[in-house]
Design a protein around this ligand. Structure first.
Ligand code: NAD
Length: 329
């Protein structure tokens, strides 16, 4: 299976080569897949895509014209691929439904703790020889109410960690996770109620037509004053301008964001020699109580090897002319 790996990040190569184990011919390309780079897939059976790639109708047409039959995603989310169009063109698409849910859940906890305990400010002050404590007061997570939106693989791991902290858990999901209820006493409720009751809200649902801008002015206005807001899911679930208004109005006391709705042209590359042309992003990162990481929640050795292994397993299954168990229908 000749595969062109788009948007490859330097550190990914060894994990992918290890997983391919000489059984798959992988060609690495740092360029993202978009209209002007889709023709490069000519002569390849498959392409492998990351979240920074875009496989919309036009791009899929070009891939199809160039003979591509398979798309193996190096991520769980597939909101950046037009699945309907791929189906029409008979291009199979498979994702990595699970790699290490711990990686993302633990990163959400890292954002929460760093914000609550003012870790970055403490470091900044220490470097200036300022060891006063007055600006560094946090709160115990023990006994606080944590609202978890999306209690699938990652949300459930986050719930268990927060249960270990001694928190009370509220959940919102279109399906209730019965095992999680037994293990953590999580109480499912409406999104409005979760918003009104939670001291911390963390998102773990997918981005789709139902969740686009699910977090908007109307929902932020229902939240408890002083809520900590964490998003490691997808940027488009949150209206960023409305989030900043909620921060200005002191409804949201702090936000930890690993994703941003217009992250594609910004994240995963070095812009240190240029200006980022995004006023909303510039304003967002100017807040001292907003902590942004550039879509790195998945970035652990275990997750990277898991992603690489499943990416190659998907190719192997297609090669055997069977459907891959991870095919997206
Ligand atoms: P999952 O499919 O296991 O869980 C998602 C949960 O969301 C499910 O329980 C589902 O029922 C629920 N859900 C679906 N629609 C919903 C809606 N309208 N309202 C409320 N809940 C809804 O997925 P997962 O593996 O746990 O991934 C969760 C999120 O994390 C996804 O958005 C994924 O894109 C994101 N993610 C981010 C990173 C990162 O590095 N930041 C890495 C991997 C995944």
């Amino acid at each position: 299976m000749k595969t062109l790996v788009y948007s490859v990040l330097g550190f990914e190569k060894s994990f992918l080569e290890n997983a391919a184990n000489n059984k798959h011919e992988l060609t690495f390309l740092e360029l993202p897949l978009q209209e002007n780079s889709a023709h490069l897939a000519k002569g390849f059976d498959a392409v492998s895509l990351f979240t920074s790639d875009k496989a919309d109708e036009k791009v899929l047409d070009i891939l199809h014209q160039n003979g591509v039959k398979y798309i193996t995603l190096r991520c769980a989310g597939y909101d950046h691929v037009n699945i309907q169009k791929a189906k029409q063109l008979n291009i199979k698409v498979a994702n990595v439904p699970a790699y290490s849910p711990y990686a993302i859940a633990e990163h959400a906890v890292a954002l929460l703790l760093a914000l609550n305990r003012n870790i970055l400010l403490s470091q900044e002050l220490n470097k200036k020889n300022d060891f006063r404590l007055d600006k560094l007061i946090g709160f115990d997570l023990h006994g606080k109410t944590i609202g978890i939106v999306g209690t699938g693989k990652i949300g459930a791991k986050f719930a268990k960690i927060m249960h270990g902290f001694g928190c009370k858990l509220l959940g919102y999901d279109i399906y209730e996770n019965e095992e999680l209820k037994r293990e953590t006493n999580i109480t499912y409720t409406s999104l409005a109620e979760l918003s009104a009751q939670s001291d911390v809200i963390s998102l773990f649902c997918p981005l789709n037509s139902e969740t686009k801008y699910l977090f908007n002015q109307s929902l932020f206005s229902k939240m408890k004053k002083g809520v900590f807001f964490i998003n490691t899911a997808r940027g488009g679930i949150v209206n960023t301008v409305d989030l900043m208004e909620a921060i200005d109005n002191k409804i949201v006391a702090a936000a930890g964001l690993d994703v941003y709705e217009n992250e594609k042209p910004i994240f995963f590359s070095d812009h240190s020699a240029s200006k980022i042309e995004d006023d909303i992003f510039d304003k967002l990162r100017s807040y001292p109580n907003v902590l942004i990481t550039g879509h790195q929640a998945f970035l652990t050795n275990e997750a990277l090897q898991g992603i690489a292994n499943t990416t190659c397993e998907n190719l192997s299954e297609w090669e055997k002319n069977t459907i891959s168990k991870n095919d997206i229908h």
